[in-house]
Ligand binder design. Structure first.
Ligand code: GTP
Length: 185
């Protein structure tokens, strides 16, 4: 793996706007219709803090509390974007469940991660306030961003924060994420 290759997995409940966030970031467009994702990978070259990164972003199918963590979403992944929608309390409650599954799968104390409150334009139907999002992020030592893919607000910030979290833990000359050294028996 080239030292500037970074793989980011985007996880969260169904329909929280994972694909919309990624498509806005990689293709600068917002598609209003809903197509459930099975899985797809997007690629973008990003210049961040004067370093050029080849970023692969893995868009995953929506998870619920019974979903098993797919090993593809843990092995070889440098950083995570965990998305809930500010107008869905259930999707917010899923974040800790997904975070704990990743931690336990990877056998580490913490992971480079950004917790994202999506659809921030839907203020009238908001169920989760910003303070709750920040608190959850603080408890898990992750970054936190509220964003709207629809209005293209804070979209790039999500992925920049994720690169920042990765760089805090992965020195530039060591691009292999810890979980890629795991064995599956
Ligand atoms: N108002 C608003 N709607 C959004 C936003 N982002 C996504 N949506 C809408 O929410 C719905 C679901 O968006 P997707 O991006 O497909 O959600 P997803 O999380 O990828 O869904 P799954 O693939 O099922 O997991 C679509 O109708 C989007 O248009 C946003 O920022 N604001």
């Amino acid at each position: 793996m080239s030292s500037n290759k970074r793989r980011i997995a985007v996880l969260g409940s169904r329909s929280v706007g994972k694909s919309s966030l990624i498509i806005q970031y990689c293709q600068n467009e917002f598609i209003d219709s809903y197509y459930p994702t099975i899985e797809s990978t997007f690629a973008k070259t990003v210049k961040f803090k004067n370093v050029e990164y080849d970023v692969d972003i893995i868009d995953t199918a929506g998870q619920d509390e019974f979903s098993l963590l797919n090993s593809k979403h843990a092995i070889g992944i440098h950083g995570y974007v965990l998305v809930y929608s500010v107008n869905s309390r259930n999707s917010f409650d899923m974040i800790q469940i997904i975070y704990d599954k990743i931690i336990s799968f990877c056998g580490v104390a913490s992971i480079p991660c950004v917790i994202v409150g999506s659809k921030s334009d839907l203020e009238a139907s908001r169920q989760v306030n910003s303070e709750e999002g920040k608190r959850l992020a603080g408890e898990n030592h992750t970054a936190f961003v509220e964003t709207s893919a629809k209005l293209n607000e804070n979209v790039a910030k999500v992925f920049e924060e994720c690169l920042e979290e990765i760089e805090k833990r992965v020195p530039n000359n060591e691009a292999e994420p810890p979980a890629s050294k795991c064995w599956i028996m």
